[in-house]
Design a binder for this molecule. Structure first.
Ligand code: ADP
Ligand code: MG
Length: 210
């Protein structure tokens, strides 16, 4: 199974709605560890994404993801706007020239997203950031690139979920949670929670049809 550019657009509109709906959970996650603004920042970003994608007639898969990233980057501001913007801009650019989105495209997207975020923000796996969901997701996507897209997305979203759960046992090295030391144990990273919502929604929307 492969998605055409317009199906990728519809999938990303579902992702935007899911993040907007998850705002209270994401706000609470960031309140437990940071300043509590993550949910509202992501919501603002996804409203900007919807404004761009709703009228779009995409000519490529790359365009849908890069537009998503640019909308997040320019509307959210701050470090996380730049970092989540990079997820989709760097990820999208890795799909240049690919006519459809398939399991290999998913691996390319997540690998480039991970590399871009690590380069931009300087964090690495284990630092209790979104990278702790993205890195296992990217590794699972590479391993699953010969599976049908529905199966690959399911495996990838489960890997991200496990990574988010593992982030509960990490001591933050970045962002405001860094000052908490051991007090951040037991709580998952907010950005990792967002990554899980996005990948689970991508998975669910492909299973249920676009
Ligand atoms: P802010 O940190 O400005 O309050 P948000 O609350 O919106 O921004 O986002 C916080 C999330 O950003 C964290 O939960 C973490 O996942 C992610 N994050 C912060 N710094 C980094 C970094 N250097 N690399 C990767 N992700 C990061
Ligand atoms: Mg915050």
């Amino acid at each position: 199974m492969e998605l055409k550019p317009n199906q990728v657009r519809l999938m990303m509109l579902r992702v935007a709605d899911a993040i907007i709906e998850a705002e209270p959970m994401l706000s609470q996650a960031d309140r437990d560890l940071g300043d509590g603004d993550h949910g509202l920042g992501m919501k603002r970003g996804m409203e900007a994404v919807k404004a761009q994608l709703e009228p779009m007639e995409p000519s490529s898969v790359e365009q849908v993801f890069v537009t998503t990233g640019t909308a997040m980057m320019t509307s959210m501001g701050g470090a996380s706007g730049a970092l989540f913007g990079t997820v989709f801009r760097a990820g999208g650019k890795a799909l240049a020239g690919r006519a459809t989105f398939d399991s290999e495209g998913l691996a390319l997207l997540l690998e480039a997203a991970l590399e871009g975020v690590m380069k931009r923000g300087g964090a690495k796996p284990g630092d209790k950031t979104m990278i702790d969901a993205l890195a296992p997701a990217a590794a699972k996507a590479r391993e699953s690139n010969a599976l049908p897209l529905t199966d690959a997305l399911k495996a990838v979203s489960e890997a991200a979920e496990s990574g988010k759960e593992a982030s509960k046992n990490m001591i933050a090295q970045f962002g405001r949670a860094k000052t908490l030391g051991k007090a951040c144990l037991g709580f998952p990273d907010a950005g990792a929670c967002s990554v899980v919502v996005m990948l689970k929604t991508m998975s669910g929307s492909v299973v249920n049809g676009l």
